[in-house]
Design a protein around this ligand. Structure first.
Ligand code: GSH
Length: 204
């Protein structure tokens, strides 16, 4: 079997998607998880990738030995090849990709705004924050409208990312609990968040 190392931080939602996929596919015993010290000179990822980003996956044994993968989407597709049980690729390729792209755009917006919120006074941009807040409001409303589509499959890579993004919104956009105004989405999210792979990787 393959032996792999997955670099992550406990709060990174992009890394969390890969960590959830590893667990849902039953691969976690073949993977060493390393909490990387990102944005510091001690960052462990820098030894294998100039990007310094998490998630990063290195393949340590097996036919792909030496392979270093960055970008959560690529890492999740790679991991999804292995493991017993059903693939997480989704029933239909392009609807799945469409949902995954939507979830990435939503999550990027939360990550950017979260970083801006944590900048020192004088380095924040209120107009940027307002633009991203409005994007998130629209995305949440669209997800509430599309909840039947989310529920049509129990789990897939895109659905994992939607649920991870919703959790990350709760973590970073403090005081903006989206659940009361999006009750159908909240129910769907609650079911996803109760899965062992989500509980095992929770950033809260
Ligand atoms: N598009 C990337 C985003 C990864 C990303 O931005 N990761 C952040 C943590 S959430 C990171 O590693 N930041 C470190 C840095 O900016 O140096 C993916 O999907 O994997």
């Amino acid at each position: 079997m393959y032996q792999m190392t997955l670099y992550h931080t406990p709060t990174s939602p992009f890394a969390r998607k890969a960590r959830i996929v590893a667990r849902e596919r039953g691969l976690i015993d073949d993977i060493t998880e390393i909490h990387a010290q990102i944005r510091t000179p001690q960052n462990e990822v820098l030894a294998i990738s100039a990007t310094g980003k998490v998630p990063t996956l290195s393949v340590d044994e097996g036919p792909d030995k030496g392979l270093v993968l960055v970008e959560s989407g690529t890492i999740c597709e790679y991991l999804d090849q292995f493991g017993a049980g059903a693939s997480l690729a989704g029933r239909s390729r392009w609807p799945e990709k469409a949902l995954d792209g939507f979830a990435h755009a939503f999550l990027d917006s939360i990550a950017w705004r979260g970083r801006d919120n944590r900048r020192p006074d004088g380095e924040r941009s209120p107009s940027f924050v307002a633009l991203e807040a409005e994007r998130q409001r629209r995305c949440l409303a669209e997800l509430e409208r599309r909840v039947d589509e989310l529920a049509a499959e129990e789990i897939s890579l895109a659905r994992i990312l939607v649920a991870v993004a919703l959790d990350f919104h709760l973590l970073r956009m403090t005081g903006e609990d989206w659940r009361p105004a999006h009750p159908k989405l909240a129910k769907w999210h609650e079911r996803m968040a109760a899965r062992p792979a989500f509980i095992d990787t929770t950033p809260f």
